[in-house]
Every structure is written in structure tokens, then in C-alpha cells.
Ligand binder design. Structure first.
Ligand code: B12
Ligand code: SF4
Ligand code: SF4
Length: 351
């Protein structure tokens, strides 16, 4: 039998410790399966919205619920770290010789930063409750971080599907701790999108077949980060100068204006050289140069070839004649997606 008074006190202490470790948001949810959410996940996968991210389907059983992954789990501690930008992420939209890197990738790799903090909180929790068992997750495990964040009361899934917090806006990295402890769950967070549809309307590739549903195969984030090989012609112009991820649906959310507590943790402050990089410089990167520039950054994961492929689409969209020389040399690149993108960019620049 759980002593509610004790668990309420424990959740308060956990939340306090989480704040002192740099988490902007902390909430609590049950680890049991939510049939509505798991049915929606299955439907989403059934429609093929995940594209080539087969790993999502492969671990469906684990992804459906915390107890599907770890039957002993009783509660989830959902956590968020802020990476709120100081400037408008869409300001470079019309600056064609510069590339746009999404805000989340301009600072240190959040996987490392959030995981380190989650581990510190988990260690603290086990020291407080020596019988407890814990597991920590950020991003890569089969964990539904957004629905768990909503269930834990730290925000709601907006129509763009990301978690929006009334205090921190759209710019939160999420992580979770599963534990064998019985913690008093929150009541969830109510949807505060109302009649707004700014995120749906701004999307350059029409990636939302309906509110709250994303077709990842059309999303610039998926196309520039996850998709291997040439990107389909129909999306190339819409990429504009976005070379890694996309922020548009987050950036237009009115809740960012009300997010009085939104400030980025210091690790996520942008590196100066990644806020408005010149396409001319990025296009000349070889493997070693790419690895050196993106050491400690999440961008490193996609490798030089996919990165230069993306830069070539941006070059093609730039109308910047001074890029013709470097684009021309990339037509002979050994990577077929790079050479294909270079041919496309040459045609656009010459035209
Ligand atoms: C796969 C993935 C992607 C894919 C697919 C995105 C997606 N929307 O699912 C791609 C590559 C496109 C992507 C892009 C981005 N991602 Co991502 N991604 C993930 C990952 C690994 C899994 C997400 C997942 O499970 N998707 C499956 C779908 C089915 O889940 P879902 O969106 O929650 O689906 C629900 C809704 O559709 C809802 N629903 C369906 N119908 C209806 C109807 C109604 C009425 C309602 C209310 C709800 C509803 O039910 C579904 C199930 O609950 C998570 C990390 C994690 N482990 O959770 C990060 C994560 C979601 N990504 C994140 C980020 C930051 C991004 C980008 C902003 C990065 C960028 N700047 O480029 C973009 C945002 C694009 C967008 N609009 O979503 C953050 C989001 C943080 C937050 N505050 O929410 C996460 C949580 C990573 C992290 N640890 O911080 N991502
Ligand atoms: S990240 Fe960009 S492309 Fe993807 S859904 Fe949002 S606005 Fe559309
Ligand atoms: S932009 Fe509007 S519809 Fe989209 S998440 Fe924000 S409030 Fe909801």
C-alpha cells in the first residue's frame, strides 16, 4: 500500500532536485499503458508516416508504454531542458548565401547534456530511496517522450505534435526516468491550442495531413537528417536554405511569446560559427573538416556526405552565382547523392 503523503513529499523533493540540476520542467506519470495513445502510435506507423525509420516499428511493443519496455516500471518522471533561442530562428529565411541550422543543433549535443543530468537525478533518487530501481532515457530509446510529457503535466502536444509548455514554450528537450517507485501521477495537461493553426499553415512542405499528425516523410527535419540518398525533387525548392532540421512550426507558436521563463541552459547557447554559416564555406568541407567543425554537435551523426548534399540544395535555391565554381567541382563527388544534388544545383544556378 502506497503512503500518499510520503509520495507527494517525494515528488516535490524530486522536482526541487531536478530544478537545481538545470531541468526547466519536471512531472510525474504512471508507467501503465494508455490505450488511446498506443492505438494512435500503431495507426501512425500503420500509415507508413515514419518513412525509413524502421527502428520505430521494430520496437513497437516496447514503445507502446513504459511497462512494455520494462515491466517492473511503476512511474515515469518526465523532464525538460530549455533551449529557447534569443533571436528569431526564421530571421535568415531570406538571406540566401547563408545556411539555416535548426536551433536545437547550434549548441552542444542534447543527448549528452540531458543524459548526464538525468543520470545525476537518478543517482540522487536511489540515494534517497535505496530500494528503488531506475532507468534513464533521452531520445534514442523506444520511449514516447512527448505523450509521457503531456501525461506528466509539463505541457501538451500541440497541433505540430511537439510538447508546448505554458512557461517554456516550444523549446524543450525531453527526457524520462522510469522507476519502480510509486509516485503520485499528475492529471495530464489540457490542450491549449484552441483555434490557432499557425504551425500547420507555415509548414513549407505541407507535412501535416491533419492537426496533431505529422507525415515525417514530408518533414524537412526528416528529409535533411534521417533520409539517405537524394531528396525527392518535389521538396528541394521548399528546403530553402535549411540544411539541418527545421524550426518553422515551433517558431511561429504564439505560446513562445508568453513563455516568460524560457531561457536556454548554457550548454545550448549557439556556437557563433553555426548561427549563420556561409554556404560557400560549408560546401568545401571534406570528411576531416566536417568532423572537426561538428565535434560535440548532433550534426556529426549525419556525416559529411549527407550534410554537403543538403548544402547543395540550399546552394541551388540561393541564386548566388558566386557558388557556381564550388558546386561544379562537386558534380564529380564520389558520393552519388552529392553529385546528383550538385547537378541539380548547377541547373538551378545556371537557369
Ligand atoms: C521520430 C522523431 C522525429 C521524427 C518524427 C517526428 C514526430 N512528430 O513524430 C522527425 C525526424 C520528423 C522529427 C523531427 C523533429 N523533432 Co523529433 N523525435 C522523434 C522521436 C525519436 C520519436 C517521436 C515519436 O515517437 N513519434 C511517433 C509519433 C506517432 O508520435 P507523436 O508525434 O507523439 O504522435 C502522437 C500524435 O500524433 C497524437 N495524435 C494523433 N492523432 C491525434 C488527434 C488528437 C486530437 C490528439 C490530441 C493527438 C493525436 O497521438 C500520437 C501518439 O501519442 C522523439 C524522441 C522520443 N523518443 O520520443 C524526438 C523528439 C519528438 N523530437 C524532437 C525535436 C526537437 C524535433 C524537431 C523540432 C527537430 C528540428 N528542429 O528539426 C523536429 C520537429 C518536427 C515536428 N513537427 O514534429 C523533441 C521534441 C521536444 C518537444 N518539446 O516536444 C523530441 C522529444 C526529442 C527530445 N528528446 O527532446 N523527430
Ligand atoms: S519541422 Fe518544418 S517541415 Fe517539419 S513539420 Fe515543422 S514546419 Fe513542417
Ligand atoms: S502554433 Fe498554435 S496550433 Fe500550433 S502548437 Fe502553437 S498554439 Fe498549437
Amino acid at each position: 500500500m502506497v503512503n500518499t503523503a510520503v509520495t507527494i513529499d517525494l515528488t516535490e523533493r524530486i522536482a526541487r532536485e531536478a530544478r537545481s540540476l538545470g531541468f526547466a520542467a519536471c512531472g510525474f506519470a504512471s508507467a501503465a499503458e494508455d490505450p488511446v495513445r498506443s492505438a494512435r502510435l500503431e495507426e501512425w506507423l500503420g500509415e507508413g508516416n515514419h518513412g525509413s525509420m524502421e527502428w520505430m516499428e521494430a520496437r513497437l511493443k516496447h514503445r507502446r508504454s513504459p511497462q512494455g519496455l520494462w515491466p517492473d516500471a511503476r512511474s515515469v518522471i518526465a523532464l525538460g531542458m530549455s533551449y529557447a533561442p534569443a533571436n528569431d530562428p526564421m530571421a535568415l529565411d531570406e538571406v540566401h548565401d547563408r545556411a539555416r541550422i535548426s536551433v536545437y543543433a547550434q549548441g552542444r549535443d542534447y543527448h549528452d547534456v540531458v543524459k548526464r543530468r538525468l543520470k545525476a537525478l537518478a543517482r540522487w533518487l536511489v540515494a534517497q530511496e535505496p530500494g528503488a530501481d531506475v532507468k534513464v532515457f533521452v531520445d534514442t530509446a523506444p520511449v514516447m517522450e512527448k505523450p509521457l510529457g503531456e501525461a506528466s503535466g509539463i505541457g501538451w502536444q500541440g497541433k505540430h505534435t511537439n510538447l508546448v509548455s505554458p512557461d517554456h514554450g516550444s523549446w524543450l528537450f525531453l527526457g524520462a526516468i522510469y522507476t519502480t517507485l510509486d509516485l503520485t501521477p499528475a492529471e495530464g495537461h489540457r490542450d491549449q491550442c484552441g483555434s490557432c493553426r499557425a504551425c500547420l499553415d507555415v509548414c513549407p512542405t505541407n507535412a501535416f495531413p491533419a492537426p496533431y499528425r505529422l507525415d515525417a516523410r514530408r518533414c524537412i527535419s526528416y528529409l535533411t537528417i534521417e533520409h539517405k540518398g537524394p531528396i525527392a525533387e518535389e521538396f528541394r525548392a521548399a528546403l530553402g536554405n535549411r540544411i539541418y532540421g527545421c524550426d518553422d512550426c515551433l517558431a511561429v507558436c504564439p505560446w513562445n511569446k508568453f513563455a516568460s521563463e524560457a531561457y536556454a541552459a548554457s550548454e545550448f547557447l549557439p556556437r557563433a560559427e553555426l548561427t549563420a554559416p556561409r554556404l560557400a564555406e560549408l560546401l568545401t568541407l571534406d570528411d576531416a573538416g566536417f568532423r572537426a567543425l561538428f565535434s560535440g554537435s548532433p550534426i556529426k551523426r549525419i556525416g559529411r556526405d549527407r550534410f554537403v548534399r543538403n548544402c547543395l540544395y540550399a546552394a541551388g535555391n540561393s541564386g548566388a552565382g558566386e557558388l557556381i565554381g564550388i558546386v561544379e567541382t562537386l558534380r564529380n563527388d564520389p558520393d552519388s547523392a552529392v553529385s546528383d544534388a550538385a547537378h541539380w544545383a548547377m541547373k538551378k544556378l545556371a537557369g
